[in-house]
Design a protein around this ligand. Structure first.
Ligand SMILES: NC(=O)c1ccc[n+]([C@@H]2O[C@H](COP(=O)([O-])OP(=O)(O)OC[C@H]3O[C@@H](n4cnc5c(N)ncnc54)[C@H](O)[C@@H]3O)[C@@H](O)[C@H]2O)c1
Length: 459
């Protein structure tokens, strides 16, 4: 099938390459000319494991091309996926101006039948608005359309794997034709009937559930899913705060709570909270939608509030250790909002660095992939060639992104170059026993060990 994907960002580029790999002919459009130039020169606009090879292979096979004019793509493709950004407005609502702009361009140039699919995360009833928009603004009366919602659940860092092995594919439609087209587009993925570009030898795979709903429900499924995951994170962080206060161990609590199959262990690791381009903005947008509909969304406002406080609490923990932060060197390991990506959008690491800078600290930082993007956001800190350099002469290391690389470090070497061997582990990635045995002072999130010691001392 001929498919247009509009937006060559994390979602658009991964989807475009994935559809091409499964046999479709894909034209990927972006209005960022520099991005298109980079892609046409064989480069990548961002880091995502496994994506570069996939893009190159499908470009070479002429199943994937990159252009900047929507009109040229729409003329050749009956199917159009909208994958542009939907960032938050100041009031928390999703900014749909890019979606609207794309819709306007499609209205101006489309003729014949098109299935227009929103893959961007949008508030419920956006599909309805798109339908109305096309009906009012179509230039050509021969433009017939279906609008569908196909929310994307991929996780940056494992986006390629998630494209090929999703937990489910959700489509919101209001015509059988749209459902049938989407099923056809996704058939290789649904039947797991492709040579897997991610794993070797994963032949026997079970069919992926294909969930067909109305358009409003599909839109809502995405916001509800992200909000639930964020709720788990804030929940365990709330419990971690209590553990620290009363002398319990949040890691042990989380492990045992997660063993309950009804709860599950994922997203139950205490830390500095969630960031990235999705959870914070999607929760805000969902709260606005809920409030707009007159529903009580205080639960999610609590989730947001707990998450926002993580940054201050973590910096306070550091201040408590260092007494005065001004003029002190602090090392930071990790800038990306999570490992295996270079994305620093709403990264808790950057929020912490900004707070440290206002306190007058001197920050040295290292991240395996995200330094370029972080430099564009915070140019005034020192970016180091590796984790050892970031540790040189510092009074504390803050571990802020759980990159595998940090777990492979020679910690004795790290200790030798630090002025004070203090690690604040914002992701609970190190083992307390291991690092303290090496002579580090170690603070994680949610360990009430210090309170336990006080209690024992009081006996
Ligand atoms: N990043 C994720 O992990 C993820 C996961 C699921 C859903 N989503 C959702 O998918 C959407 C896209 O997210 P993303 O992370 O890929 O964003 P992104 O910012 O990485 O990419 C968006 C792309 O759209 C392009 N664009 C914007 N306006 C355009 C226009 N008028 N014409 C052509 N191109 C245009 C931008 O230049 C950019 O390259 C968002 O709604 C997001 O919430 C993201």
């Amino acid at each position: 099938m001929n498919i247009t994907v509009i937006g060559a960002g994390y979602v658009g580029l991964i989807s475009a390459a994935g559809f091409a790999e499964t046999g479709h002919r894909v034209i990927c459009v972006d209005d960022d000319l520099r991005k298109i130039e980079v892609l046409n020169a064989g480069g990548m606009p961002f880091y995502e494991p496994g994506l570069e090879g996939l893009v190159q292979r499908n470009r070479a096979a002429k199943r994937l091309e990159f252009i900047s004019r929507i009109e040229d793509a729409v003329a050749q493709c009956p199917v159009i996926f909208i994958c542009v950004g939907t960032p938050p407005l100041e009031n928390g609502e999703a900014d749909l101006s890019s979606v609207e702009l794309v819709a306007r361009r499609i209205s101006q140039c489309a003729r014949g039948y098109h299935l227009v699919i929103e893959k961007s995360t949008v508030p419920v009833q956006t599909g309805r608005r798109l339908q109305k928009h096309f009906s009012i603004y179509r230039n050509n009366p021969q433009f017939h359309f279906d609008v569908a919602s196909n929310p994307e659940f991929l996780r940056e860092g494992s986006g390629v794997e998630d494209f090929f092995h999703p937990d489910r594919i959700v489509v919101g439609v209001d015509s059988e034709k749209a459902a049938a087209l989407l099923e056809e587009i996704y058939r290789p993925v649904l039947e797991q009937n492709f040579v897997c570009p991610v794993h070797q030898g994963c032949e026997k795979r079970s069919r992926v559930p294909f969930v067909v709903t109305d358009i409003n429900s599909a839109e809502l499924i995405k916001h509800a899913s992200n909000s639930f995951l964020a709720m788990k994170i804030s929940f365990i962080n709330m419990v971690a705060d209590l553990c620290e206060a009363v002398g319990a161990n949040a890691a042990q609590v989380a492990e045992a709570v997660g063993m309950d199959k009804r709860i599950g262990s994922s997203f139950l690791r205490p830390g500095i909270g969630f960031g990235g381009s999705c959870f914070p903005k999607d929760i805000q947008a969902f709260v606005r939608v809920g409030q707009g509909a007159g529903c009580d969304f205080a639960l999610l406002q609590g989730v947001e509030r707990i998450n926002q406080r993580r940054i201050d609490q973590f910096v306070d923990k550091l201040k408590n250790e260092l007494w005065v932060v001004r003029g002190k060197r602090i090392g930071v390991w990790g800038l990306a909002f999570k490992p295996r990506t270079d994305d620093v959008r709403s990264s808790p690491a950057l929020a912490i660095i900004r707070r440290l800078l206002t306190e007058g600290a001197l920050v040295r930082a290292y991240d395996p992939q995200a330094m370029e993007k972080a430099k564009a956001e915070i140019p005034e800190i020192e970016y180091c060639a590796d984790a050892y350099e970031a540790a040189r002469g510092v009074e504390a290391i803050l571990a802020l992104t759980e990159w595998e690389e940090f777990l492979q470090l020679d910690l004795l070497r790290v200790r030798q170059v630090m002025t004070r061997p203090l690690i604040l582990d914002g992701r609970n990635m190190f083992s307390r026993d291991t690092v303290t045995a090496m002579g580090f002072e170690y603070l994680d999130i949610g360990s009430g060990a210090h309170v336990q010691k006080l209690l024992l001392g009081a006996r």
